[in-house]
Design a protein around this ligand. Sequence first.
Ligand SMILES: O=C(O)CCC(=O)C(=O)O
Ligand SMILES: [Fe+2]
Length: 344
Amino acid sequence: QHCHEDGADSCDDTHEALEGNRWQFHCIGKGDDECVRLEEYYSHAPEYRRYEHAVFLKPNHAGEVIDVNIVPGKTHQMIAKAVDPPIYEIPNFLSDEECEYVKKKALATGMVHSRLFGANPDTNIEDLKGPDVFRISRQTWLRRDNSDIMMTSWKDRIEKLTKMPRKYIEDSEPFQVVNYGVGGHYHAHTDSASPGPEEMLRQKELPCCYQTDCPIDKNVQLCCKVCRYMTVLVYLNDVEEGGQTAYPFADLPGEDLQEKLKSGDYLNLSKHCNDATIAVRPRKGMAVMWYNHAKDPTTGLIGDPLLSAYHGSCDVTKGEKWIANMWISVPPYEHWDKPSSFNT
Ligand SMILES: O=C(O)CCC(=O)C(=O)O
Ligand SMILES: [Fe+2]
């Protein structure tokens, strides 16, 4: 590996030929040893050089701890929880004061009951309760406000953490703030495009939702597809009991995953929270970051959805739970030059 000692960004352009493929290394620590080897890089054909490429940071093993500089003068840790998909915990991503600020701001905008894609708009969701309900929470969106120093600094940290081109961070949706009470949960789901083969084929030609005005809370599947390449979720409080973020299929061998997915039952986290291979306990200010898609090895843009990235929130059994979601969207090659409707 050819990472330079003089800082994180100096080795972003380091390439090494390996059996005809190109590999890229990103030095996210200080020395050579802390370089993280990324997935195979794009093929360097001229048509794939016109735009900025996504980054996929893969840990060497679960439990790996990587020091990162995301705030000047401070060191944070990225703790790998899983390899497939890569899931990382980043303690103290936000300070206590920042968490309080986000909650206050969210309450001021007004929180509404969360809906699902394709949900019947006539249902009175406020009355729905119990383990059979897929999602029970309240939420709001915090719109981009470039004069807000906290939000800008938050995006800086996400950029340093993910190594993603700033463009994709700026293009992405507003921050979503979610609040769960006792009994609140969100059964296991994917944050991005429906991963079934037929669905993928049907949606192939569609632009990404963030590039359109398609209403994201209705049945959007006919108009656009969700292209949330990665998720950065931040816990805004300590939850007294329950409320873990659970990944029922993380790091499972392919056959076991297929079997569990087929049964469908494992998606119900009110029943199966404890069967999940990875469950992250909320801690105020901590971020969890993971990939919902592979990186397309040819185009360097969003690739196939990762079934291993199914996740959700277990029931809050005592107290309440506050989170903020930041999704980073990346287009597929067919739509790489379409502008984002959020970055105006
Ligand atoms: O609350 C959690 O831990 C998970 C939330 C989630 O998956 C989502 O909002 O998409
Ligand atoms: Fe999610």
